[in-house]
Design a protein around this ligand. Structure first.
Ligand SMILES: CC(C)(COP(=O)(O)OP(=O)(O)OC[C@H]1O[C@@H](n2cnc3c(N)ncnc32)[C@H](O)[C@@H]1OP(=O)(O)O)[C@@H](O)C(=O)NCCC(=O)NCCS
Length: 186
């Protein structure tokens, strides 16, 4: 539903539920999404596509996004309303959990990295979050929030170019510094 052109390549991002008309097409899309793989060493930045999708399939509040480039599945992401952690909410100036959508489980396939896919998806998030509020029949969400590893240069760059502000950092259970980044969407 949201589309754009990243460095002369056509990129679109859709909710899996909107693309998958029937069980067969859903299964086919899920297979292609599970094949999305990061580059060596990137597993410190995100879970595998399989782990991302397994969690999403088990949780009705996680909405899977299908990222396509030139019609090919190029990435996966998840919008998770109400999923903000304490570390996130502590840095959102008293936002109500129900007004915040978490963007998580974002992975661009290694063959499609570095050509603007991540930036294009980040720029599409306000439209995607507005669409999610509509489909849930609720008032617009106030903000979208995510965490990104301090060493994740491409991720931090893509999010800040899309307008996300760094709201502060914390050290996670693995001793890695994670930045909370947020964008007002209402
Ligand atoms: C992070 C990620 C989503 C970015 O997606 P992408 O499609 O590769 O990003 P883009 O091509 O849009 O590049 C974004 C910016 O980072 C820069 N960049 C891309 N790869 C880079 C690299 N390896 N090192 C430094 N900068 C890099 C780009 O030049 C661009 O900056 P610019 O707009 O100033 O030119 C992708 O690399 C990825 O899936 N990584 C593994 C999983 C992950 O980190 N997920 C995000 C968790 S928060």
């Amino acid at each position: 539903m949201a589309s754009g052109t990243g460095r002369s390549t056509s990129i679109d991002v859709s909710f899996l539920d909107d693309l998958a008309g029937d069980a067969r097409s859903r299964a086919g899309l899920l297979r292609a999404l599970r094949d999305v793989t990061g580059a060596p060493g990137q597993d410190v930045f995100s879970a595998s596509a399989d782990q991302i999708l397994t969690l999403a399939e088990a949780d009705a509040d996680r909405y899977v996004l299908v990222v396509r480039r030139e019609g090919q599945v190029a990435g996966v992401g998840v919008l998770h309303p109400g999923g903000a952690s304490g570390e996130m909410l502590d840095r959102l100036d008293g936002a109500r959990p129900q007004d915040v959508v978490v963007f998580r489980g974002f992975l661009v396939d290694r063959h499609h990295q570095g050509v603007g896919v991540g930036s294009s998806v980040a720029a599409s998030l306000p439209a995607l979050v507005a669409h999610l509020a509509e489909r849930l029949g609720r008032e617009p969400f106030a903000s979208v929030v995510l965490v990104v590893d301090a060493d994740n240069v491409a991720g931090r760059r893509a999010y800040s170019r899309a307008g996300f502000a760094d709201r502060g950092a914390y050290v996670d259970a693995n001793g890695r510094t994670q930045h909370v980044m947020a964008l007002a969407v209402a």
